[in-house]
Design a protein around this ligand. Structure first.
Ligand code: WAQ
Ligand code: MG
Length: 274
């Protein structure tokens, strides 16, 4: 949800990218006030250096001032978690959630297969996300090698303080959770956006999520088998959505979240649940 309001103070976009021989290893994006720039650049640089067991040979951080007038404000999606027994159950649940959000069942299944096979060229991981027509499954991202990167989104310092504490109370203090929640928040705020599907390319991180306006950010404890290095993101859109406008919004429009939503305790999922 996006709310418009006037807020003073300059914010700066900080984007980090770590790579090894042209291969993307890790990225990070923050929007911070002037006084946090140095600390955040240091933290993101360290994150890039640590990525993939320290394989990075280039870590770049780019700092850009954001024109205050372009800033949009929003509230983060609600967070809920379903524990599943294995990735088969997890993928079944993901299909059901995507259908509920308005994605055709076959399209949802196809998207899961795409991420399972590796959506990049030759079964590799993409740096960004796939954009997919929710009705017919057509891939719409302008560059299918790279995908689209959601960028220039963050929580305000005040919201970060509250969100960090709340996530920790629910054992969700892992950096990935907050990052993915903010990314999903921006993605869901885009016009024409129906749902997002995501799981990590980190072989040891099996939890993924389906996000949609109707149920927020729903975590699923297993969307892939442990040890699998493939992962990715699919942004599902309504047919007829302007992809050019969507890409500009996701990559360039700065969005700051001023508050979080609710966080519900994890629930065991049974396949006969609605
Ligand atoms: N924009 C678009 N796609 C991205 C971005 C981005 N900024 N960052 C990563 N991706 C794509 C890219 O294809 C990656 O391979 C893939 O997503 C996964 O990225 O609640 O850690 O950073 O427990 O490995 C979700 C669950 C974790 C967190 C997701 O993703 C939770 C995660 P990763
Ligand atoms: Mg990441």
């Amino acid at each position: 949800m996006i709310i418009s309001s006037a807020m003073e103070n300059s914010f700066y976009s900080i984007r980090m990218r770590a790579s090894s021989r042209e291969k993307h290893l890790s990225g990070g994006e923050r929007l911070v006030p002037r006084n946090e720039i140095s600390a955040v650049v240091a933290a993101l640089t360290e994150q890039g250096l640590l990525a993939a067991d320290g394989q990075a040979d280039v870590v770049q951080c780019r700092v850009e001032r954001i024109a205050t007038a372009t800033l949009r404000y929003g509230v983060l999606p609600d967070v809920s978690t379903r524990a599943v027994r294995n990735d088969h159950e997890g993928r079944l649940l993901a299909v059901r959630l995507l259908e509920r959000a308005g994605v055709a069942a076959q399209v949802a299944q196809g998207a899961i297969q795409l991420l399972a096979d590796g959506p990049g060229p030759g079964g590799t991981v993409m740096r960004g996300a796939v954009i997919m027509d929710a009705r017919n499954g057509q891939r719409l991202e302008p560059d299918p090698n790279r995908g689209v990167r959601a960028s220039r989104m963050d929580v305000t310092p005040d919201c970060r303080f509250k969100l960090t504490r709340l996530l920790q109370e629910h054992d969700l203090g892992h950096r990935r959770v907050g990052e993915a929640l903010v990314l999903a928040g921006k993605v869901l705020s885009a016009s024409g956006l129906v749902a997002e599907l995501c799981w990590s390319d980190d072989p040891n991180y099996t939890t993924g999520y389906v996000a949609a306006p109707a149920f927020g950010y729903r975590r699923i404890s297993a969307l892939k088998p442990s040890g699998d290095p493939r992962g990715g993101r699919v942004f599902f859109v309504e047919s007829g959505t302007s992809i050019a406008d969507l890409v500009v919004y996701l990559e360039e429009t700065p969005v700051l979240f001023v508050d979080h939503g609710t966080i519900s305790p994890a629930q065991q999922w049974e396949s006969d649940d609605a």
